[in-house]
Write a protein that binds this ligand. Structure first.
Ligand code: SF4
Length: 121
């Protein structure tokens, strides 16, 4: 059975775009073909926040424990190989089981499934 590396799987309310306010399950895959580090930085400079966190990466046992960053990619841990061990490989059955556990009433109603990343494709 094939597996996919999953950084995060959680239930929340969509906070942006056309479907703002819709109850949703967010499935964040691991991996990205970019390394955006310029957000929030002066022109021509790159953030080093993720580098600083990687120096103490062994302090963190869960993806959710990692600090937020204010510059660079705010999803850094979902693609940076230095944090890959915090994202398990899951089968589609395991993903479906986890979704059933986190949605209200343990059944799919009108929730959306938002597949994000990283770069999910
Ligand atoms: S997840 Fe988005 S912002 Fe982050 S490196 Fe990939 S493309 Fe850039």
């Amino acid at each position: 059975m094939s597996k996919i590396k999953i950084a995060e799987l959680f239930y929340s309310v969509q906070g942006e775009g056309r479907y703002m306010g819709v109850p949703s399950v967010f499935l964040r895959t691991f991996g990205c073909n970019f390394k955006c580090a310029g957000f929030g930085m002066p022109k021509g400079q790159l953030s080093t926040e993720a580098d600083a966190i990687a120096q103490i990466a062994d302090k963190f046992k869960l993806y959710e424990e990692l600090p937020l960053v204010s510059t660079g990619c705010d999803s850094y841990a979902s693609w940076d190989p230095r944090f890959k061990d915090l994202s398990p490989m899951l089968t589609s059955d395991a993903i479906a089981d986890r979704i059933s556990e986190i949605i209200p009433f343990n059944e799919w109603r009108d929730e959306h499934l938002v597949i994000t990343g990283g770069e999910p494709l």
